[in-house]
Design a protein around this ligand. Structure first.
Ligand code: SER
Length: 320
């Protein structure tokens, strides 16, 4: 990885991944791809940025040529709850956008990172310890685009030799950029409300178990996979990765250890609940552990401690 483009660089994962890549590979070598505008801040000041909308292949091609890009982290995406509201847009960004980027990767010989998701599974997938290779019949547009993406990435590797690699991310918990319209967002929002208001109204019901991961591990996973020795990779794409699995009650208990007065109530959002109910309770990520050394640093308690510390600082500074 010498010259890197990150699409979706202002998103939840992109904003932190871009900064980390700049630290490791040099600021001038990591281009933040944006769709329209980039707000003032570290991302804008710390390195190059360019308009690179995945649904506009000419824009992406221009950036790839200008910066001699050899690796693309393709993070531009529409999350599950939003894609369910606007399925045509979900398909356009999720599939047509990826197809454009794959074609450019083929033509300009770039490696490509593609984030799939727990959303690539569906109601007929085994729910517990979900295997790496198993039934995938998702019933959401988000899931349809992720399965299509996994297959397309495998195809471009086999047919054209494009160095595609990818992960099935669980819900990602972070404290820099908020996620936008995902089913797992509650596990981020809860921290902001807990610190500021001491209470939270949860849109998913008690007993809804989902895989989760703290952002530093999500970033490490992407970089580690892209740096992995390709001869060890049997799967290449769509590796199950997880760091913890919990339901809202378990998360609320972990928060209460720091904020004893914290109270959670429920107002279940049926749309989000239906999506969550179609996803695994917990995935088996042993293929990632074996093939490229995946090993998360944060569990529920260490993530909770760090989240509360960071969000308290944001709150004290009046940043939200
Ligand atoms: N966090 C994502 C979502 O909820 C799952 O991949 O849409």
């Amino acid at each position: 990885m010498k010259n890197i483009l990150v699409t979706g660089s202002v998103g939840q994962i992109g904003s932190e991944l871009t900064l980390e890549l700049r630290k490791r590979y040099g600021s001038d070598h990591v281009v933040a791809g944006i769709r329209k505008t980039l707000p003032e801040g570290e991302l804008k000041e710390s390195g190059p940025y360019e308009v690179a909308d995945a649904t506009d292949p000419e824009q992406i091609t221009a950036v790839v040529k200008k910066y001699k890009i050899d690796t693309i982290f393709h993070l531009a995406a529409i999350l599950s709850a939003v894609a369910e509201k606007y399925p045509q847009r979900g398909w356009d960004v999720g599939v047509n956008g990826l197809y454009n980027v794959l074609e450019i990767a083929r033509e300009y010989n770039c490696a490509l990172f593609f984030p799939s998701s727990i959303g690539a599974f569906g109601p007929t997938t085994p729910r517990d310890n979900t295997p790496q290779d198993t039934i995938q019949r998702p019933n959401t547009m988000y899931g349809v685009t992720k399965v299509t993406g996994e297959l397309l990435c495998d195809y471009y590797y086999k047919r054209f030799g494009v160095d595609t690699r990818g992960l099935r991310y669980p819900g990602i918990i972070s404290n820099v950029t908020l996620p936008g319209g995902g089913t797992t967002d509650y596990a981020v929002e809860i921290f902001y409300d807990a610190v500021k208001h001491g209470k939270y109204v949860c849109p998913l019901s008690k007993g809804t178990f989902l895989d989760m991961m703290y952002m530093p591990d999500a970033i490490e996973a992407a970089i580690l996979l892209m740096e992995a020795d390709p001869s060890r990779l049997k799967h290449r794409n769509a590796f199950n990765v997880t760091a913890m699995s919990f339901d809202p009650e378990i998360l609320a208990s972990a928060i209460k250890k720091h904020l004893p007065g914290f109270e959670m109530t429920y107002d279940v959002d049926p749309d989000k609940q239906a999506i969550a109910d179609s996803w695994p309770n917990s995935m088996d990520d042993s293929a990632a552990r074996e093939e490229w050394g995946w090993n998360p640093r944060y569990d529920l308690d260490s993530m909770t401690t760090d989240m509360i510390e960071k969000i308290r600082i944001k709150h004290e500074k009046g940043l939200y």
